[in-house]
Design a protein around this ligand. Structure first.
Ligand code: C2O
Length: 524
């Protein structure tokens, strides 16, 4: 195992990812931010300096942080914010017993929508998907919605008015970016926001011909669900989040915020220099040029989308509902759950303890209110009970199998729910809602069911997720529509609260707002 050490400066820079000029949050000047690649067993150390004027925290999406819950990167849950204007924090964690496609992103409010995102790929000899055998080369493909105003402007509107641009549904993006580049409607954006705008060139994804290329697609966006397709090329689905699968070969994959899919394409549809459109379609559409290297470029491809695409598309439904996806590295779920916890996901106008309306999204009728100065992990480590009026929270005290039932009662919007601290097996899902008692009577298949860390749930659906409660910590379960997270759709899953006490080691801290004594003394 190796130690991989990085130094990251978070800064606001001028940018125009979709052609329209605005401030972009970048790491070392880059958007998307740096790609981290490591091997299973490696230790990753990232020294972060936050030059932004807002607090920050960087989350390593899909990394279980077993034994290092304080490195999970969620301000107000696992750490104090990295103070603005020069605060520093060092993330230090070892990646064990996992490999596959992950990513990292800002976890403070919805500032990931301002640009703080990047890939995190863990290679391993244990990975059933082998370079040189299953595929010849690999690429990371970032898809994201992009809004021509800052996340702060959107969140402020949602929290004060309950709407943005007159809609309770948060924005799905002025443009879709592929690898950080897209095209907004300049005429409209200039009128509305009064800044300069011009169409950037389409991003080009260059691959050799006559090869099998693995794409690791990451939806780094804040809301939209995309259909990803490449004209003339079939996509063989081989990975779902970080689970290698035997999947279908299809024309389009659907990916929700937070999720990852890997697919393999054969570049056998033309000679060197051949060009095809790669499409990311949601309410808005994104395009990139998929190009076989060599040859001459003739400008924009003239290829057409697969004829059945739009007809086939079932927005907001997870791929795993429509296809059989069998994990290649079989892992059975625990045959029974020692404890079952139920969370219902609602929308409404929840009222905080001090009587102020807050948030339009919640769990168990509670909108998450971030206690930024006293992270939940510290509260539990101090032996306090988490205030159930400020955040819906449930505890798993037994070690073994545990069930989380999510009843998505929201009848307006589908939600991609993400669990920190480990993957879950999807043991059941259906329409309506379900009680723990009813779930207890279900016949469940625990032999190698699909496991992942981000599940798209449609309106009025329930899901039964089984976890192993072997990772002490306070783990957020939240909607990965970043706007909904800002509106309060986050619950805290407390795993082995007693063990958390022995585990907590306050991380080194420096810079403005350094909390000399815990809890955080940082002033917002
Ligand atoms: Cu990628 Cu808490 O999320």
């Amino acid at each position: 195992p190796t130690t991989r050490e990085f130094w990251w400066d978070l800064e606001a820079v001028g940018g125009a990812p979709d052609g329209y000029s605005r401030l972009v949050y970048a790491v070392n000047g880059q958007y998307p931010g740096p790609l981290i690649e490591a091997n299973e067993g490696d230790t990753i150390i990232v020294h972060v300096t936050n030059h932004l004027d807002v607090g920050q925290g960087i989350h390593w999406h899909g990394i279980t942080q077993n034994g290092s819950p304080w490195m999970d990167g969620v301000p107000g849950v696992s750490q104090c914010v990295i103070a603005p204007n020069g605060g520093t924090f060092t993330y230090n964690f070892t990646v064990s017993n996992q490999y596959g496609s992950y990513w990292w992103h800002a976890h403070y409010s919805n500032t990931l929508a301002d640009g703080l995102v990047g890939g995190l790929i863990i290679h391993s000899p244990n990975d059933p998907l082998k370079l040189g055998q299953d595929f010849d080369e690999e690429r990371v493909l970032y898809v994201s919605d992009w809004v021509d105003v800052t996340s702060e402007a959107v969140v402020d509107a949602l929290l004060t008015l309950g709407t943005f641009d007159g809609s309770v549904v948060p924005p799905q993006g002025d443009a879709i970016l592929i690898n950080g580049v897209g095209r907004t409607n300049c005429t409209y954006s200039e009128l509305r926001h009064k800044s300069t705008c011009c169409d950037p060139d389409y991003p080009v994804i260059e691959v050799p011909s006559s090869k099998r290329i693995r794409f690791r697609v990451i939806n780094t966006g804040a809301h939209a669900v995309y259909g990803i397709s490449i004209d003339n090329h079939a996509l063989e689905v081989v990975e779902v989040d970080d689970t290698a699968v035997w999947g279908p070969t299809i024309h389009e994959i659907r990916i929700s915020p937070g999720q990852r899919y890997s697919f393999i394409v054969n570049t056998d549809q033309g000679k060197d220099g051949a060009e095809f459109w790669l499409r990311a379609q949601a309410v808005v559409k994104g395009l990139a040029v998929f190009r076989y290297s060599g040859g001459i470029s003739w400008g924009e491809p003239s290829t057409r989308a697969w004829p059945d695409l739009e007809a086939d598309s079932i927005p907001c439904v997870d791929m795993d509902v429509n296809y059989t996806l069998t994990p290649r590295d079989a892992k059975d779920a625990p045959s029974k759950a020692l404890q079952t916890q139920v969370l219902s996901s609602e929308r409404g106008n929840f009222v905080s303890v001090n009587g102020v309306p807050f948030g339009g999204q919640g769990f168990n009728n509670i909108s998450f209110q971030n206690q930024i100065n006293y992270p939940l992990l510290e509260q539990v480590e101090d032996g306090h009970a988490i205030d159930g009026k400020l955040v819906a929270n449930v505890a798993f005290t037994e070690i073994g199998g545990g069930d989380i039932i999510i009843n998505n009662l929201d009848n307006v919007i589908a939600h991609p729910f993400h669990l920190h601290g480990g993957t879950f097996w999807i043991l059941g899902r259906g329409t309506g809602n379900i009680t723990a008692k009813e779930a207890g009577k279900l016949k469940l298949n625990t032999h190698n069911p699909l496991r992942r860390d981000t599940l798209q749930m449609n309106l009025g659906e329930w899901a039964l997720l089984r976890i192993v409660t072997d990772n002490p910590g306070v783990w957020p379960l939240h909607c990965h529509i970043g706007w909904h997270l800002s509106e309060g759709k986050l619950a805290a899953i407390v795993v082995q609260p007693d063990a958390v006490k022995g585990l907590y080691k306050p991380p080194a801290w420096s810079g403005t707002g350094r909390p000399d004594i815990l809890p955080c003394r940082f002033e917002q």
